[in-house]
Design a binder for this molecule. Structure first.
Ligand code: ADE
Length: 335
């Protein structure tokens, strides 16, 4: 099945960006993943197409509006549900001919995916363009619990419990924000094992908090620093997921030994020339003794983790058998 990445962004031109090249680019062309962007600007309702407003209580900058972001998200979630229901989601497995296409619909949503050749599909499976304007009035719009604007002016405080339920098996929705939970290799593995992900990119001073009260959204940070927006974080997260999709990495690099897969850093690597600027590759790596090489690598991985990442080392020491990355074992990603 094609892994679908949906990105809510004011800068759709940033996607697939660097993910259109190299390993991820090839995987995109092969239909192993697809990239759909949704611009909140297209879901703004006032004549100025406002997506943000000044912070309640005062302060610098602007805050992304909950109503506009929720309208964009609801549209994206509905599209994801449609795609997962569609037999086209299976196109790669069905062996249909594929072309990479970029389609732009009337509300500016952009889709970059390897499409099954249209002519080979029955009429009811051919591409239809998505339009936020049309779909928002669609009675099939997901919003089953209270809090929905469809069901009247329900008012909840920001700590209220009402939250719009997601359709069953809906891929996770993540908002990129420095206030979020730090992203881990384990979470990346979980996401990559599913049918896709919806990523919401922040800008300015962040999101109106009520968005997170009203929708099932995980707030995620890619590190303790502040980016100018969530787009770079979304690209990082997607890159980490895409390389784990079945068939994306070669069989020889399944990732079993790399950093974080066993809760510690990877051992150092060397390659030819054997002597460079008077520095020699450690003898043991040239010995051909696989047991000794494995022991050396384990020892260096542990030593480097202890020195460079005492936080990881402490956790590893307390629970050495756990794989925080969620790695499944030797053959997990092999083609
Ligand atoms: N947006 C701004 N800073 C971010 C961070 N550190 N992680 C994720 N999204 C962000």
């Amino acid at each position: 099945m094609t892994f679908t990445a949906q990105i809510l962004t004011l800068y759709p031109e940033m996607f697939p960006g660097p993910l259109g090249t190299s390993l991820a680019g090839r995987a995109l062309a092969e239909g192993k993943w697809a990239c759909d962007t949704f611009n909140p600007r297209d879901f703004a309702t006032d004549k100025h197409k406002s997506v943000d407003d000044t912070p309640a209580g005062g302060g610098a900058g602007m805050v992304l509006r909950a109503d506009v972001m929720a309208a964009t998200l609801d549209h994206a979630v509905e599209r994801m549900a449609e795609q997962l229901r569609s037999p086209r989601a299976q196109s790669r497995d069905d062996g249909l001919d594929a072309d990479v296409s970029t389609s732009l619909d009337t509300n500016g949503s952009k889709s970059v995916r390897a499409e099954p050749v249209e002519a080979s599909l029955p009429a009811d499976m051919r591409t239809s363009t998505s339009s936020g304007q049309t779909d928002r009035s669609d009675p099939g719009h997901y919003s089953t619990s209270s809090g929905s604007t469809d069901s009247g002016p329900a008012v909840h405080t920001s700590t209220g419990s009402a939250r719009t339920a997601l359709p069953a098996n809906n891929p996770p929705i993540l908002a990129m924000t420095p206030r979020g939970k730090p992203l881990t290799q384990a979470r990346v593995r979980e996401i990559a094992a599913g049918p896709g992900v919806t990523l919401i990119c922040g800008r300015f001073e962040g999101f109106d908090e009520r968005l997170f009260d009203a929708r099932d959204i995980e707030e995620v940070s890619i590190g303790d620093y502040v980016l100018s927006g969530g787009e770079m974080g979304a690209l990082v997260l997607l890159d980490a997921c895409i390389r784990l999709l079945p068939g994306v990495m070669g069989a020889s690099s399944s990732g079993d030994d790399e950093s974080f897969e066993h809760g510690i850093l990877e051992y150092p690597q060397y390659t030819r020339p054997q002597i460079w600027e008077g520095r020699i590759i450690p003898d043991i790596l040239r010995s051909g003794d696989h047991a000794k090489i494995a022991a050396w690598r384990k020892q260096r991985a542990e030593e480097d983790t202890r020195l460079r990442r005492p936080d990881l080392w402490e956790r590893h020491r307390d629970a050495p058998d756990q794989s925080p990355s969620g790695a499944q074992g030797k053959d997990k990603d092999k083609e």
